[in-house]
Design a protein. Structure first.
Length: 151
């Protein structure tokens, strides 16, 4: 399987290839949640602007943020018959242990044409700073067999 990536802007850091996937960085703030409520539009706009201008954001205790990576899948080639591609989102370098930021494991399989987003949660009782262009997650491409069932 061959995956071609496309940056959504020239400011985006090129994904770093590893043996099993590629490392993505924080580029934009897409959505934020506190508890079960989405943050109001004014706070979200303030945080997005702060992230773009100052290059970081302070994530409060138990706040969740959907971080855009500025990278999307342009094309997938050489997918064997009977399989479909998926991207697995995983945490990187023990970011949970080192910083108290949890990367929510995710699987992207249906809509690979959109920008890759990473959900981060601050699970500490303290403010945690997330920097623009900080390496936040590992994206691992995978092939999944298509299973047909009859009932």
């Amino acid at each position: 399987m061959v995956i071609k990536l496309k940056r959504t802007s020239q400011e985006v850091v090129e994904p770093t290839l590893t043996g099993v996937g590629f490392i993505v960085t924080a580029h934009t703030i897409l959505k934020m949640y506190k508890g079960s409520k989405e943050l109001d539009e004014h706070r979200l706009q303030f945080l997005q602007l702060s992230f773009q201008r100052e290059g970081h954001i302070n994530l409060r205790s138990f706040e969740r943020v959907l971080v855009g990576t500025g990278v999307k899948v342009e094309e997938i080639q050489s997918v064997p018959d009977g399989y479909r591609p998926e991207l697995q989102i995983r945490d990187r370098d023990n970011i949970l242990l080192k910083r108290g930021i949890q990367v929510v494991p995710d699987i992207i399989s249906d809509n690979l044409q959109n920008e890759i987003g990473i959900t981060l949660i601050n699970i500490t009782p303290f403010l945690v700073e997330i920097h623009k262009s900080e390496c936040v997650a590992l994206v691992v491409p995978n092939l999944v067999p298509i299973i047909k069932t009859e009932i």
